[in-house]
Design a protein around this ligand. Structure first.
Ligand code: COI
Length: 354
Protein backbone atom coordinates (compact mmCIF):
# COMPACT_ATOMS: atom_id res chain seq x y z
CA UNK A 1 0.00 0.00 0.00
CA UNK A 2 1.27 3.52 -0.74
CA UNK A 3 2.28 5.98 1.94
CA UNK A 4 -0.61 7.20 4.07
CA UNK A 5 -1.40 10.90 3.57
CA UNK A 6 -2.59 12.91 6.55
CA UNK A 7 -4.68 16.09 6.63
CA UNK A 8 -5.30 17.27 10.15
CA UNK A 9 -8.52 18.91 11.26
CA UNK A 10 -8.16 22.58 12.17
CA UNK A 11 -11.24 22.54 14.40
CA UNK A 12 -11.10 19.87 17.06
CA UNK A 13 -14.40 18.88 18.70
CA UNK A 14 -15.26 19.01 22.38
CA UNK A 15 -15.16 15.49 23.79
CA UNK A 16 -18.36 14.11 25.37
CA UNK A 17 -18.67 13.43 29.11
CA UNK A 18 -17.53 9.86 29.75
CA UNK A 19 -20.58 8.97 31.84
CA UNK A 20 -22.97 9.75 28.99
CA UNK A 21 -21.44 8.14 25.95
CA UNK A 22 -24.08 5.64 24.88
CA UNK A 23 -23.09 3.57 21.86
CA UNK A 24 -22.05 5.08 18.51
CA UNK A 25 -23.39 8.57 19.07
CA UNK A 26 -20.13 10.57 19.03
CA UNK A 27 -17.34 10.46 16.46
CA UNK A 28 -13.72 11.57 16.63
CA UNK A 29 -12.00 14.34 14.66
CA UNK A 30 -10.53 12.21 11.86
CA UNK A 31 -11.32 9.20 9.70
CA UNK A 32 -9.36 6.92 7.40
CA UNK A 33 -10.30 6.59 3.74
CA UNK A 34 -8.98 4.48 0.88
CA UNK A 35 -10.22 4.10 -2.70
CA UNK A 36 -10.49 1.10 -4.95
CA UNK A 37 -10.77 1.24 -8.70
CA UNK A 38 -10.49 -1.59 -11.12
CA UNK A 39 -7.31 -0.33 -12.77
CA UNK A 40 -5.50 0.81 -9.63
CA UNK A 41 -6.64 -1.62 -6.94
CA UNK A 42 -6.74 -0.22 -3.40
CA UNK A 43 -4.95 3.14 -3.39
CA UNK A 44 -4.74 6.61 -1.87
CA UNK A 45 -4.95 5.73 1.85
CA UNK A 46 -5.50 8.96 3.77
CA UNK A 47 -6.50 10.31 7.14
CA UNK A 48 -8.75 13.33 6.80
CA UNK A 49 -11.04 15.39 9.07
CA UNK A 50 -14.23 13.46 9.94
CA UNK A 51 -17.11 14.71 7.84
CA UNK A 52 -19.84 14.00 5.30
CA UNK A 53 -19.15 12.18 2.03
CA UNK A 54 -20.20 13.20 -1.44
CA UNK A 55 -21.52 10.23 -3.39
CA UNK A 56 -23.44 9.86 -6.60
CA UNK A 57 -27.10 9.04 -5.81
CA UNK A 58 -26.76 6.01 -8.05
CA UNK A 59 -23.75 4.67 -6.08
CA UNK A 60 -24.39 0.95 -6.05
CA UNK A 61 -24.29 0.57 -2.26
CA UNK A 62 -27.53 2.57 -2.01
CA UNK A 63 -29.41 0.22 -4.27
CA UNK A 64 -28.12 -3.29 -3.84
CA UNK A 65 -26.34 -3.10 -0.49
CA UNK A 66 -22.84 -4.15 -1.49
CA UNK A 67 -21.24 -3.35 1.87
CA UNK A 68 -19.21 -5.04 4.59
CA UNK A 69 -18.17 -3.81 8.02
CA UNK A 70 -16.24 -4.70 11.16
CA UNK A 71 -16.24 -3.70 14.81
CA UNK A 72 -13.32 -3.60 17.20
CA UNK A 73 -12.23 -1.57 20.22
CA UNK A 74 -9.18 0.33 21.49
CA UNK A 75 -8.38 0.54 25.21
CA UNK A 76 -5.81 2.35 27.32
CA UNK A 77 -3.93 0.13 29.78
CA UNK A 78 -3.01 1.21 33.33
CA UNK A 79 0.58 1.56 32.02
CA UNK A 80 -0.65 4.11 29.45
CA UNK A 81 -0.30 1.88 26.38
CA UNK A 82 -3.03 1.89 23.73
CA UNK A 83 -4.08 -1.64 22.77
CA UNK A 84 -6.45 -3.41 20.40
CA UNK A 85 -7.89 -6.89 20.93
CA UNK A 86 -7.12 -9.51 18.26
CA UNK A 87 -7.41 -7.02 15.36
CA UNK A 88 -5.88 -9.56 12.95
CA UNK A 89 -9.03 -11.65 13.40
CA UNK A 90 -11.26 -8.72 12.47
CA UNK A 91 -9.33 -7.98 9.32
CA UNK A 92 -9.35 -11.63 8.33
CA UNK A 93 -13.11 -11.67 8.82
CA UNK A 94 -13.43 -8.43 6.83
CA UNK A 95 -11.82 -10.18 3.88
CA UNK A 96 -14.06 -13.20 4.41
CA UNK A 97 -17.10 -10.92 4.24
CA UNK A 98 -15.62 -9.18 1.16
CA UNK A 99 -15.31 -12.53 -0.54
CA UNK A 100 -19.01 -13.30 0.06
CA UNK A 101 -20.11 -9.86 -1.16
CA UNK A 102 -17.78 -9.89 -4.22
CA UNK A 103 -15.77 -6.94 -2.88
CA UNK A 104 -12.02 -6.93 -3.62
CA UNK A 105 -9.72 -8.18 -0.87
CA UNK A 106 -7.73 -5.70 1.21
CA UNK A 107 -4.14 -6.06 2.41
CA UNK A 108 -4.79 -6.94 6.07
CA UNK A 109 -1.35 -5.94 7.38
CA UNK A 110 -1.31 -2.60 5.58
CA UNK A 111 -4.84 -1.80 6.72
CA UNK A 112 -3.98 -2.65 10.32
CA UNK A 113 -1.02 -0.32 10.13
CA UNK A 114 -3.21 2.47 8.72
CA UNK A 115 -5.77 1.90 11.53
CA UNK A 116 -2.89 2.00 14.01
CA UNK A 117 -1.88 5.43 12.71
CA UNK A 118 -5.46 6.68 13.00
CA UNK A 119 -5.70 5.46 16.62
CA UNK A 120 -2.36 7.07 17.49
CA UNK A 121 -3.71 10.38 16.17
CA UNK A 122 -7.02 10.00 18.05
CA UNK A 123 -5.74 8.39 21.24
CA UNK A 124 -7.03 11.18 23.46
CA UNK A 125 -10.54 10.09 22.43
CA UNK A 126 -10.20 6.77 24.28
CA UNK A 127 -12.61 7.41 27.14
CA UNK A 128 -11.73 6.73 30.76
CA UNK A 129 -14.10 4.65 32.83
CA UNK A 130 -15.20 1.08 33.44
CA UNK A 131 -16.91 -0.38 30.37
CA UNK A 132 -15.85 2.51 28.09
CA UNK A 133 -13.63 2.17 25.01
CA UNK A 134 -12.99 3.64 21.57
CA UNK A 135 -15.07 1.64 19.08
CA UNK A 136 -13.49 1.21 15.65
CA UNK A 137 -15.79 0.75 12.68
CA UNK A 138 -14.07 -0.18 9.40
CA UNK A 139 -16.43 -0.54 6.43
CA UNK A 140 -16.40 -0.74 2.65
CA UNK A 141 -19.08 0.56 0.28
CA UNK A 142 -19.61 0.16 -3.46
CA UNK A 143 -19.36 3.68 -4.89
CA UNK A 144 -19.57 3.09 -8.63
CA UNK A 145 -22.60 4.91 -10.09
CA UNK A 146 -25.10 2.70 -11.92
CA UNK A 147 -28.22 0.65 -11.49
CA UNK A 148 -27.15 -2.63 -13.08
CA UNK A 149 -27.00 -5.49 -10.61
CA UNK A 150 -23.38 -6.69 -10.54
CA UNK A 151 -20.21 -6.26 -8.51
CA UNK A 152 -19.13 -2.61 -8.58
CA UNK A 153 -15.77 -1.57 -10.03
CA UNK A 154 -15.19 1.22 -7.50
CA UNK A 155 -15.24 1.10 -3.68
CA UNK A 156 -14.46 3.30 -0.71
CA UNK A 157 -13.03 1.91 2.52
CA UNK A 158 -13.58 3.99 5.64
CA UNK A 159 -12.63 3.67 9.27
CA UNK A 160 -14.48 5.84 11.77
CA UNK A 161 -14.01 5.93 15.55
CA UNK A 162 -16.55 6.40 18.31
CA UNK A 163 -15.99 6.70 22.07
CA UNK A 164 -18.56 4.29 23.54
CA UNK A 165 -20.02 2.99 26.77
CA UNK A 166 -22.14 -0.15 27.18
CA UNK A 167 -24.07 -1.33 24.11
CA UNK A 168 -27.20 -2.21 26.08
CA UNK A 169 -28.82 0.33 28.37
CA UNK A 170 -28.86 -2.51 30.96
CA UNK A 171 -25.02 -2.24 31.07
CA UNK A 172 -23.76 -5.53 32.48
CA UNK A 173 -27.14 -6.38 34.01
CA UNK A 174 -29.06 -9.26 32.43
CA UNK A 175 -31.03 -8.57 29.25
CA UNK A 176 -34.43 -9.92 28.21
CA UNK A 177 -34.46 -11.81 24.91
CA UNK A 178 -37.39 -12.68 22.64
CA UNK A 179 -37.07 -15.89 20.61
CA UNK A 180 -38.19 -14.76 17.16
CA UNK A 181 -41.00 -16.96 15.84
CA UNK A 182 -41.96 -15.21 12.62
CA UNK A 183 -39.02 -13.59 10.84
CA UNK A 184 -35.64 -15.13 10.01
CA UNK A 185 -32.18 -13.56 9.78
CA UNK A 186 -30.29 -15.92 7.50
CA UNK A 187 -30.71 -19.05 5.44
CA UNK A 188 -28.37 -21.79 4.32
CA UNK A 189 -26.21 -20.42 1.50
CA UNK A 190 -27.16 -16.83 2.34
CA UNK A 191 -25.00 -14.07 3.80
CA UNK A 192 -25.49 -14.90 7.51
CA UNK A 193 -21.81 -15.57 8.08
CA UNK A 194 -20.74 -12.26 6.51
CA UNK A 195 -20.72 -8.98 8.39
CA UNK A 196 -22.84 -7.01 5.95
CA UNK A 197 -25.50 -4.37 6.50
CA UNK A 198 -28.30 -6.37 4.86
CA UNK A 199 -28.21 -8.95 7.66
CA UNK A 200 -28.93 -6.21 10.16
CA UNK A 201 -31.47 -4.30 8.03
CA UNK A 202 -33.59 -7.44 7.68
CA UNK A 203 -33.60 -7.87 11.46
CA UNK A 204 -34.82 -4.41 12.43
CA UNK A 205 -38.52 -5.16 12.03
CA UNK A 206 -38.36 -8.12 14.43
CA UNK A 207 -36.27 -6.09 16.86
CA UNK A 208 -38.86 -3.30 16.89
CA UNK A 209 -41.64 -5.77 17.67
CA UNK A 210 -39.57 -7.34 20.46
CA UNK A 211 -38.70 -3.93 21.92
CA UNK A 212 -42.38 -3.04 21.92
CA UNK A 213 -42.95 -6.13 24.08
CA UNK A 214 -40.24 -5.09 26.54
CA UNK A 215 -37.29 -7.13 25.23
CA UNK A 216 -33.77 -5.93 24.41
CA UNK A 217 -33.24 -8.05 21.29
CA UNK A 218 -34.37 -11.13 19.42
CA UNK A 219 -32.81 -14.56 19.37
CA UNK A 220 -32.82 -15.85 15.80
CA UNK A 221 -33.72 -19.42 14.93
CA UNK A 222 -32.46 -21.15 11.79
CA UNK A 223 -34.15 -20.03 8.59
CA UNK A 224 -34.93 -23.52 7.28
CA UNK A 225 -36.65 -25.45 10.08
CA UNK A 226 -37.11 -22.57 12.49
CA UNK A 227 -36.00 -24.82 15.32
CA UNK A 228 -32.32 -24.36 15.96
CA UNK A 229 -30.76 -21.46 17.84
CA UNK A 230 -28.46 -19.22 15.79
CA UNK A 231 -27.54 -15.86 17.34
CA UNK A 232 -28.93 -12.69 18.91
CA UNK A 233 -29.12 -9.42 16.92
CA UNK A 234 -25.69 -8.17 17.97
CA UNK A 235 -24.06 -11.16 19.68
CA UNK A 236 -23.41 -14.91 19.71
CA UNK A 237 -25.07 -16.96 22.46
CA UNK A 238 -23.91 -19.49 25.05
CA UNK A 239 -25.90 -21.68 27.45
CA UNK A 240 -24.69 -23.47 30.56
CA UNK A 241 -26.66 -26.68 30.83
CA UNK A 242 -25.87 -29.09 33.64
CA UNK A 243 -22.32 -27.77 34.00
CA UNK A 244 -21.51 -27.96 30.27
CA UNK A 245 -21.36 -24.86 28.07
CA UNK A 246 -23.09 -25.16 24.70
CA UNK A 247 -23.00 -22.69 21.82
CA UNK A 248 -24.42 -23.06 18.30
CA UNK A 249 -21.82 -24.45 15.89
CA UNK A 250 -20.71 -22.16 13.06
CA UNK A 251 -22.86 -23.44 10.24
CA UNK A 252 -22.45 -20.76 7.58
CA UNK A 253 -25.37 -18.64 8.71
CA UNK A 254 -23.94 -17.56 12.08
CA UNK A 255 -21.36 -14.81 12.50
CA UNK A 256 -17.98 -16.15 13.62
CA UNK A 257 -17.61 -13.81 16.58
CA UNK A 258 -14.12 -12.99 17.83
CA UNK A 259 -15.46 -12.65 21.37
CA UNK A 260 -17.18 -16.02 20.84
CA UNK A 261 -13.86 -17.60 19.92
CA UNK A 262 -12.12 -15.93 22.87
CA UNK A 263 -14.78 -17.13 25.33
CA UNK A 264 -14.44 -20.71 24.08
CA UNK A 265 -10.67 -20.51 24.64
CA UNK A 266 -11.07 -19.04 28.13
CA UNK A 267 -13.67 -21.56 29.27
CA UNK A 268 -11.59 -24.47 27.99
CA UNK A 269 -8.53 -23.10 29.79
CA UNK A 270 -10.55 -23.28 33.02
CA UNK A 271 -11.30 -26.94 32.34
CA UNK A 272 -14.94 -26.32 31.41
CA UNK A 273 -16.50 -28.63 28.82
CA UNK A 274 -17.53 -26.49 25.84
CA UNK A 275 -19.53 -27.98 22.98
CA UNK A 276 -20.24 -26.31 19.65
CA UNK A 277 -23.27 -28.01 18.19
CA UNK A 278 -26.80 -27.57 16.95
CA UNK A 279 -29.19 -26.81 19.79
CA UNK A 280 -32.93 -26.54 19.36
CA UNK A 281 -35.01 -24.06 21.30
CA UNK A 282 -37.16 -26.99 22.37
CA UNK A 283 -34.14 -28.74 23.90
CA UNK A 284 -33.28 -25.53 25.71
CA UNK A 285 -36.80 -25.17 27.04
CA UNK A 286 -36.81 -28.78 28.25
CA UNK A 287 -33.49 -28.17 30.03
CA UNK A 288 -35.02 -25.09 31.64
CA UNK A 289 -38.11 -27.06 32.75
CA UNK A 290 -35.84 -29.68 34.30
CA UNK A 291 -33.88 -27.00 36.14
CA UNK A 292 -30.73 -27.72 34.11
CA UNK A 293 -30.43 -24.41 32.26
CA UNK A 294 -28.07 -22.71 34.65
CA UNK A 295 -26.93 -19.67 32.67
CA UNK A 296 -27.31 -17.92 29.34
CA UNK A 297 -25.20 -15.09 28.00
CA UNK A 298 -24.31 -13.34 24.76
CA UNK A 299 -20.86 -12.35 23.48
CA UNK A 300 -19.80 -9.66 21.04
CA UNK A 301 -17.37 -6.80 20.54
CA UNK A 302 -20.05 -4.22 21.24
CA UNK A 303 -21.99 -6.30 23.79
CA UNK A 304 -18.84 -7.79 25.48
CA UNK A 305 -20.40 -10.47 27.78
CA UNK A 306 -24.07 -9.83 28.25
CA UNK A 307 -25.97 -12.08 30.67
CA UNK A 308 -29.46 -13.15 29.60
CA UNK A 309 -31.86 -13.17 32.53
CA UNK A 310 -35.13 -13.91 30.78
CA UNK A 311 -36.24 -15.47 27.49
CA UNK A 312 -39.62 -15.82 25.87
CA UNK A 313 -40.32 -18.48 23.24
CA UNK A 314 -43.87 -18.62 21.88
CA UNK A 315 -46.05 -18.94 25.03
CA UNK A 316 -43.17 -20.04 27.25
CA UNK A 317 -41.35 -17.75 29.62
CA UNK A 318 -37.98 -18.71 31.06
CA UNK A 319 -36.34 -16.86 33.89
CA UNK A 320 -32.70 -17.91 33.96
CA UNK A 321 -30.59 -18.01 37.13
CA UNK A 322 -33.25 -16.02 38.96
CA UNK A 323 -32.79 -13.19 36.44
CA UNK A 324 -29.28 -12.60 37.83
CA UNK A 325 -25.85 -12.62 36.22
CA UNK A 326 -24.39 -16.14 36.38
CA UNK A 327 -20.95 -17.10 37.68
CA UNK A 328 -19.48 -17.91 34.28
CA UNK A 329 -20.76 -14.69 32.70
CA UNK A 330 -19.31 -12.66 35.55
CA UNK A 331 -15.96 -14.45 35.52
CA UNK A 332 -15.74 -14.25 31.70
CA UNK A 333 -16.57 -10.55 31.77
CA UNK A 334 -13.90 -9.86 34.39
CA UNK A 335 -11.23 -11.95 32.68
CA UNK A 336 -11.99 -10.78 29.13
CA UNK A 337 -12.18 -7.09 29.97
CA UNK A 338 -9.13 -7.48 32.24
CA UNK A 339 -7.12 -8.86 29.32
CA UNK A 340 -8.52 -6.28 26.89
CA UNK A 341 -7.71 -3.37 29.20
CA UNK A 342 -4.25 -4.63 30.11
CA UNK A 343 -5.22 -5.14 33.74
CA UNK A 344 -4.53 -8.88 33.63
CA UNK A 345 -1.86 -11.05 32.01
CA UNK A 346 -2.44 -11.93 28.39
CA UNK A 347 -1.97 -15.73 28.35
CA UNK A 348 -3.26 -16.08 24.78
CA UNK A 349 -1.29 -13.13 23.32
CA UNK A 350 -4.45 -11.36 22.22
CA UNK A 351 -3.39 -7.77 22.87
CA UNK A 352 -1.93 -5.70 20.05
CA UNK A 353 -0.02 -2.63 21.18
CA UNK A 354 -0.71 0.35 18.92
C1 COI B 1 -20.00 -5.53 17.18
O1 COI B 1 -20.20 -6.23 18.18
O2 COI B 1 -18.96 -4.89 17.02
C2 COI B 1 -20.97 -5.43 16.13
O3 COI B 1 -20.59 -5.15 15.04
C3 COI B 1 -22.39 -5.61 16.41
C4 COI B 1 -23.10 -4.37 15.99
C5 COI B 1 -24.40 -4.75 15.42
C6 COI B 1 -23.21 -3.38 17.08
Amino acid sequence: MEQLQMTRSTQLKTKPATDQLGFGRHFTDHMLLMDYSKGQGWHAPRIVPYGPLTLDPSAMVFHYGQEVFEGMKAYRTPQGEVVLFRPDMNLKRLNHSCERLSIPQVDEKALLDAIRQLIVLEKDWIPEGEGNSLYIRPFIIATEPGLGVRAAHDYLLLVILSPVGAYYSEGIHPVRIYVEDQYVRAVRGGTGEAKTSGNYASGIKAQEVAEGLGFSQVLWLDGVEHKYIEEVGSMNVFFKVNGEVITPALNGSILAGITRDSVIHMLKSWGVKVTERRISVEELYTAWQEGKLEEAFGTGTAAVISPIGFMKWEGHEMEINGGETGDYAKKLYDQLTGIQRGELDDPFSWRYVV
